[in-house]
Design a protein around this ligand. Structure first.
Ligand SMILES: Cc1cc2nc3c(=O)[nH]c(=O)nc-3n(C[C@H](O)[C@H](O)[C@H](O)COP(=O)(O)O)c2cc1C
Length: 203
């Protein structure tokens, strides 16, 4: 069973969650898990102005994803930072290049799942994940979230991302916060949950 974690991360928060997702998915017997970034669409000059160059260097070792690779996977877990309550433009552009997969029904019946990150606690994490699901449904994917079987969704004595729609982290107003243990546990759970379902479907 092939599982791809496909994401965009400007400052590293989504990347850290992606690693935890992959860790969880890797616990499932027979799962081949790979991390892939979607191609950058912004010029270096703009990334510099956004203070993203250092973080981008640290992610450079992660290979970029091709549209064809999506078609070869049994499950895809997508990660995107929130941009005005929606997915980022880099991810949108990548998905908008999957028309040929749609025409062939290449993703029909594959498992799809989404995780996110935002600076603020109520800054649109749920709308980002739910609106992302629309594209996955158009592609015929079986959408999987993060069930309440993960007990960390009940945590209220600390700030935490994570919802039944998917794992998430709150990066803080200046991006200074790193994913908490509960958020990383949510990501691991989602990875394992998606991989378990995909394994059953590919038996
Ligand atoms: C153009 C733009 C729009 C953003 N919109 C939101 C938003 O709607 N809500 C929010 O809380 N954070 C917003 N952010 C902050 C990002 O979500 C945050 O930088 C990101 O989650 C960090 O993830 P990363 O480290 O993987 O890039 C926005 C950032 C940019 C650059």
């Amino acid at each position: 069973m092939k599982l791809l974690v496909v994401y965009y991360s400007m400052y590293g928060h989504i990347h850290r969650l992606a690693e935890a997702i992959a860790e969880g998915a890797g616990e499932v017997k027979g799962a081949e898990v790979e991390l892939r970034r979607v191609p950058e669409t912004l010029p270096e000059e703009v990334l510099k102005k956004m203070g993203a160059l250092e973080a981008q260097k640290a992610l450079a070792h992660v290979p970029t994803c091709t549209v064809e690779q999506l078609g070869e996977a049994d499950a895809v877990i997508f990660g995107t930072p929130t941009r005005f309550g929606n997915m980022c433009g880099q991810m949108r552009q990548f998905l908008d290049a999957t028309g040929s997969l749609w025409a062939q029904g290449a993703l029909v019946g594959k498992v799809g799942s989404v995780f996110t990150s935002s600076n603020t606690q109520h800054g649109g994490q749920e709308s980002t994940i739910l609106s992302f699901h629309i594209t996955l449904l158009h592609q015929g994917m079986a959408v999987v979230g993060l069930p309440y079987a993960f007990p960390g969704l009940m945590v209220i004595d600390e700030i935490s991302g994570g919802s039944p729609y998917g794992a998430s982290t709150i990066a803080g107003p200046k991006g200074e916060r790193t994913p908490s243990e509960n958020e990383l546990a949510a990501a691991r759970f989602q990875g394992k949950h998606v991989a378990t379902i995909a394994s059953k479907l590919t038996r």
